[in-house]
Design a protein. Structure first.
Length: 62
């Protein structure tokens, strides 16, 4: 019974029109790159602030 349901789901995925599949892939990739880009820029900003404060403390000591 479970195997029949799984096979039915698989055939439903294959039966999707090509444009639906391409739209789904495009949306997935676009969202993934968007989130990773935001994540990277957030880390970049954090590192820049950290380096600036580090340089600032060093210059005050010397």
């Amino acid at each position: 019974m479970l195997k029949d349901m799984e096979e039915g789901e698989k055939t439903d995925d294959v039966a999707l029109p090509p444009y639906m599949v391409s739209m789904h892939l495009y949306t997935h990739v676009h969202l993934h790159t968007l989130s990773s880009h935001t994540f990277i820029s957030h880390i970049h900003i954090h590192i820049c602030i950290h380096i600036q404060s580090h340089i600032h403390t060093n210059s005050t000591y010397t």
